[in-house]
Design a protein around this ligand. Structure first.
Ligand code: ZDP
Length: 293
C-alpha cells in the first residue's frame, strides 16, 4: 500500500555542492530515514524533484548524540561527505538541535569533530577534523592489478585503454586522484564513468583531476560516485591535498580551488586531515513522499 509522508527539509550548500538536509530525530525518525533513502533519487532530480547532489539525514547516533547518513543521487549510500558534514553542523546549530559549536558527528569514517564559526547567531563556516586519510588498498577499497599491498601512490593504472598515474586515498569514502596540467581541458563527463566503474574499485570510486598552481594552491575537478560532475567535493579536496603532499607536489597545507569556491585543507603530521569552508542555507521546504510498504 502506498501512502504519503510530509517531509520537512532544508536545502543547503557548501561551495556549490548542494544537499537536502532532513532530521530523523523525531518519534517517526525511522520512517523518515527510510523515506529519505528510498526517495533520494527523485528528491535529487533537478527537473522533477527538489534538486541536489545528495540527501543528508540527521539521525540518532550510538557513539555520539548525532549520526550523519548520506545518500547519493543514484540512491546509493556514501560513508562520508565533506561539504555535507559542514552543512550538517550548520543545520543542527541553526535549528537549535544542538547549542554546541564543537560537535562530534558519527559517520562511516568514524566519529569526526566539527567546529562551527557563529556570526549573528548562525553558523557561517565549519572546520572539520576529517579523521585519518587511509592509504592501504584494502581500506579504500582498491585492488591494484599487480597485487601490491602498499599504498598506490603515482601508481600506473590503465583506464579505458589509456595510462594514468593515480594516487588512491580513502577519506571514509574512496578517491582516485590524478594530476593534470590544466583541469580546464579534462573531459570529466567522458572519463569519469570509466574510473567510477573500473574493475579495481569494488565499491566504485570518486575521481579527482588536480592541477598544481603552486605549493600552497591546487585546483581540482571531480567526478563523484553516484552523482557525476559536481561543483565541489569536500572529501575529494582532502584526498587531493593528501595526494599532492604525499607525492611532494605541494605543502601539507593548501587552498583547494573548486568550481564552486575554495576550501582550506591541512594534512596534519598525525595523518588527520583538517578541512575548513563555508556552509549556507538556501531555503526550508516540505515535500510529500510516497511511502511504499
Ligand atoms: O562517496 C561518494 O559516493 C560521494 N559521491 C559522496 C559525496 C561526497 C561529497 N561531495 C563531499 O563533499 O565529500 C559530499
Amino acid at each position: 500500500m502506498a501512502t504519503e509522508l510530509a517531509m520537512r527539509f532544508t536545502k543547503m550548500q557548501g561551495i556549490g555542492n548542494d544537499f537536502i538536509l532532513v532530521s530523523a530525530l523525531s518519534a517517526n525518525g525511522g520512517g523518515i530515514l527510510r523515506a529519505a533513502q528510498e526517495n533520494a533519487a527523485s528528491l535529487c532530480d533537478r527537473k522533477f524533484g527538489v534538486g541536489a547532489d545528495g540527501v543528508i539525514v540527521v539521525s540518532p547516533g550510538t557513539q555520539a548524540a548525532l549520526a550523519m547518513r548520506m545518500f547519493n543521487p543514484d540512491g546509493s549510500e556514501s560513508e562520508m561527505c565533506g561539504n555535507g558534514i559542514r552543512c550538517f553542523a550548520k543545520f543542527v546549530f541553526d535549528k537549535g538541535i544542538s547549542h554546541d559549536t564543537v560537535l562530534p558527528v558519527e559517520t562511516g569514517a568514524g566519529l569526526l569533530e566539527t567546529r562551527a564559526t557563529v556570526n549573528n547567531g548562525v553558523v557561517t563556516a565549519v572546520l572539520v577534523d576529517m579523521g585519518i586519510a587511509h592509504l592501504a588498498p584494502s581500506e579504500i577499497p582498491v585492488l591494484p592489478p599487480n597485487g601490491q599491498t602498499e599504498a598506490m601512490i603515482d601508481y600506473n593504472l590503465k583506464v579505458n585503454g589509456a595510462d594514468y598515474r593515480v594516487t588512491c586515498v580513502s577519506m571514509g569514502n574512496p578517491h582516485c586522484v590524478t594530476f593534470v596540467r590544466d583541469t580546464a581541458h579534462v573531459a570529466v563527463a567522458e572519463l569519469g564513468p570509466h574510473f567510477e566503474h573500473h574493475e579495481c574499485f569494488p565499491r566504485r570510486t570518486n575521481t579527482e583531476w588536480v592541477h598544481i598552481i603552486d605549493r600552497k594552491r591546487i585546483r581540482m575537478r571531480v567526478w563523484e560516485r553516484g552523482a557525476g560532475e559536481t561543483l565541489a567535493c569536500g572529501t575529494g579536496a582532502c584526498a587531493s591535498a593528501v595526494a599532492a603532499a604525499l607525492t611532494g607536489r605541494a605543502d601539507r597545507k593548501v587552498t583547494v580551488e573548486l568550481a564552486g569556491g575554495n576550501l582550506e585543507i591541512e594534512y596534519a603530521a598525525d595523518g588527520h586531515v583538517l578541512m575548513s569552508g563555508p556552509a549556507e542555507t538556501v531555503f526550508d521546504g516540505e515535500v510529500d513522499l510516497p511511502i511504499v510498504r
